[in-house]
Design a protein around this ligand. Structure first.
Ligand code: NOJ
Length: 733
């Protein structure tokens, strides 16, 4: 105690001397190296000031029902971070001013928020974004989100979510980039680059946060927040690579998950948080807990009380405590009792200060204040929103060229609960998106087909319930029409956090509506808006065409209408498999082969899922040439070039994504049936050919990790797989 008092007095004296000499302390000198500035600042901080840096409070009432925040009484100017739920930049600047002028050392606050798929301009949900296979558009959407967020007072978003997800019952499947590891890693890099730009200190850039570290999506049975039993092999092979890619792309922060990983919860896991993240990958930013995940360690039965939970989370490597106040309340005692070393506190503070310094907050603590008109929904933002939404949509089925809507249709029935909706269509975590900003599907269709097609609208039924009173009017509309567009789907909170469902089928009433409408014998075009893959085993049979439009966001209307008219040629391919039925979960493209491949499948449904990962049709046709290889044998130090020529042999231009898979048929540790290693999307004009090329690097593309994260490269046969083609090559010594 005496020691603490003594050093505090020295700090005060030092500051007084500097003040009397009218000299700026070193940490305020932006020309000095960041690490020197941090050393200097930490040497001046009291224990209380240090511990305050390790906490995040929430400002404003949190609208998310899973994170109900209390209105804060007063913001202590020493607080490390605020979860900021206001859109007012002036207000942020006022709070920041308090931190800069009323705290002894003037350490800026870092303001964070969940801008997951947009801030005010809402882009499609991440699961949909991945179906676009367009990393450039995804990056652009994140740049826009960063700009809207920064101008609203934010420095930091809790995004991207990199939980590779293979259980569609888990509602949060909507927030990530689907079932594949490589796809998640690729979009992780795009998102980090989009949010953080080239230099975090630039205006309009915000810090990214990779979450939920790690294995959260494997919660048992898809029940949110539940236990996840993960072998180290799966951890390294499936879950680690997207995080590693995000860290190497420079992600400033990471969020630790709610889940218990095989007995050691993610927020108390020294192995993942310190040994891997900090020691192996050399991440120099900080880890924030998830909302209350420090406190949850008590529920998860690894800590007897909040004090022990704080100690466990902190010593495992969680530097900032989101909203629990646990660090604030217990770290002082834990330090006094010698259970938490002061050096560990200093290291945690250093990491947080480093991110604040990189963001330039010490020099530029305030954001620009411009009008909402200049801040949100700018025409170029809406253009990206429409393109990304359109490229995310997946044409699942199109019998007898039912789509697009051409002059063969004069009258169209437009039915379903999604048609005039402006809330659910934005999906979960809609940021600060407002229903009044949303272009509804109905508005989009009216604009697109004005004077060309007569639209006959009827609601048909609600999202759920038993009320069939709207069926009759819907059938009347169908009778007047040449084809029927049925817009079905999920409400926004049926997916997202705490949005688990025991079945991924749509409620019975929606399926009944389709079987009723079919009675008129007109072509049925099913338009599905959901935050997860759906069980379509019954609906698939009833529809002539199906488009999964996901939850497209602000530009729902024109993106959907563009897909229907052919103004946008569908180019999305599934980032997640659609099983036949819920009971077929888990089913994903890169499973291990079974011991008896022809046996063991469920007896009551087909063996394959309804639509595999990678499935997606177009209004044109593409012919693939045979795969060409630069050699049929390479050594471990050589590269192999694979090329394929794709011809657009149809009537319209389009964009085609080539997905390159590798199969390693024998290895010391069994390998999945195939693994995505590269993808590329290109535009191909009608009648033209384009070459796609994959440069195979043996270490990167042919090796595998073991359960300790060590890479192995074994010689032998490999296959490259593209669509239905499979070609062999050999890796030799
Ligand atoms: C809980 C969620 O799990 C997480 O994804 C989110 O970032 C935080 N709440 C903050 O809202």
């Amino acid at each position: 105690m005496k020691k603490i008092f003594f050093s505090t007095t020295l700090v005060f004296l030092h500051l007084l001397t500097l003040q009397s000499q009218n000299k700026k302390p070193l940490y305020k000198d932006k020309n000095k190296p960041i690490e020197e500035r941090i050393d200097n600042l930490i040497s001046l901080m009291t224990l209380d000031e240090k511990i305050m840096q390790l906490n995040q409070w929430t400002y404003g009432k949190n609208a998310n029902p899973n994170n109900i925040g209390e209105k804060m009484k007063a913001v202590r100017p020493e607080i490390g971070s605020l979860l900021y739920r206001s859109t007012n930049p002036e207000f942020r600047n006022q709070i920041q001013k308090k931190a800069m002028t009323e705290s002894r050392l003037g350490i800026p606050i870092i303001f964070g928020f969940d801008a997951i798929h947009g801030y005010r301009t809402v882009f499609p949900i991440p699961l949909a974004q991945a179906c676009s296979w367009n990393t450039d558009l995804v990056k652009q959407s994140c740049t826009i989100t960063a700009k809207e967020s920064w101008l609203s007072g934010l420095d930091w978003t809790f995004s991207p979510m990199l939980d590779v997800a293979r259980d569609a019952r888990w509602g949060r499947v909507s927030e990530g980039y689907g079932e594949d590891t490589f796809a998640n890693a690729s979009f992780a890099v795009a998102a980090v680059q989009g949010y953080q730009g080239n230099n975090l200190a630039d205006k309009y850039t915000i810090a990214a946060c990779l979450k939920h570290y790690i294995g959260y999506s494997l919660s048992e049975g898809g029940r949110d927040y539940h236990y996840s039993d993960i072998s180290n092999q799966t951890l390294w092979e499936t879950f680690m690579p997207p995080f590693e890619a995000g860290i190497h792309a420079g992600a400033a922060t990471v969020m630790s998950g709610f889940n218990d990983i095989s007995g050691v919860p993610a927020s108390a896991n020294h192995y993942t948080l310190t040994e891997v993240l900090k020691n192996k990958w050399k991440h120099d930013g900080f880890v924030i807990s998830d909302w209350g995940s420090v406190r949850n360690l008590v529920e998860q039965s690894v800590a007897k009380d909040l004090k022990e939970a704080s100690m466990k989370a902190f010593l495992a490597g969680v530097e900032m405590d989101m909203v629990d106040n646990a660090y604030m309340d217990y770290l002082p005692q834990l330090v006094a009792e010698g259970k938490v070393p002061i050096a560990t506190i200093d290291e945690a503070v250093r990491r947080i200060l480093r991110v604040k310094m990189k963001l330039g907050l010490f020099e530029n603590p305030y954001v620009d204040v411009v009008t909402e008109k200049k801040r949100y929904l700018l025409p170029n933002y809406l253009k990206v929103a429409e393109e990304l939404a359109a490229e995310s949509m997946v044409l699942l089925k199109n019998e007898s060229a039912t789509l697009p809507i051409t002059s063969k249709y004069k009258d169209l029935a437009i039915i379903g609960p999604m048609v005039k909706d402006s809330v659910h269509i934005m999906g979960f975590w809609e940021g600060m998106g407002q229903p009044e900003d949303v272009e509804t599907i109905y508005e989009g269709l009216e604009k697109e087909f004005k004077n060309k097609v007569k639209l006959h609208y009827a609601l048909g039924c609600d999202f759920d319930g038993n009320d069939k009173s709207g069926f009759e009017a819907a059938l009347e509309a169908v009778k007047k029409s040449d084809a029927v567009l049925v817009f079905l789907g999920e409400k926004r909170n049926w997916s997202g956090e705490n949005g688990s469902r025991s079945t991924i089928a749509l409620p019975k009433i929606q399926e009944e509506l389709v079987s009723e409408l079919r009675k008129a014998g007109k072509p049925i075009i099913l338009m599905l808006s959901s935050g997860r893959p759906l069980e379509l085993i019954r609906l698939n049979e009833m529809a002539d065409a199906i488009v999964e439009i996901w939850q497209p966001g602000t530009k729902a209307g024109s993106s959907v209408a563009g897909i229907l008219s052919g103004r946008h040629n569908p180019s999305g391919k599934l980032s997640i498999t659609f099983p036949q039925a819920t009971g077929q979960i888990p089913i994903y493209y890169n499973m291990r082969e079974s011991a008896r491949p022809k046996l063991g499948h469920y007896q009551d449904i087909p063996r394959d899922p309804l639509y595999w990962f990678g499935h997606g049709l177009s209004y044109t046709t593409y012919d693939y040439s045979p795969i060409q290889l630069s050699a049929d044998k390479i050594t471990k130090n050589e590269k192999l070039i694979a090329e394929i020529e794709v011809t657009n042999s149809g009537e319209v231009q389009g964009k085609e994504t080539v997905l390159w898979f590798i199969q390693d048929p024998f290895a010391t540790i069994s390998r999945p049936m195939k693994e995505l290693k590269y993808f590329e999307k290109k535009e191909i004009k009608k009648g033209k050919k384009v070459i796609y090329r994959f440069d195979i690097d043996p270490i990167r593309d042919l090796s595998y990790v073991d359960s300790f994260g060590n890479r192995h490269l074994e010689t032998g046969d490999f296959y490259i797989i593209v669509n239905n083609q499979k070609i062999k090559f050999e890796l030799v010594n």
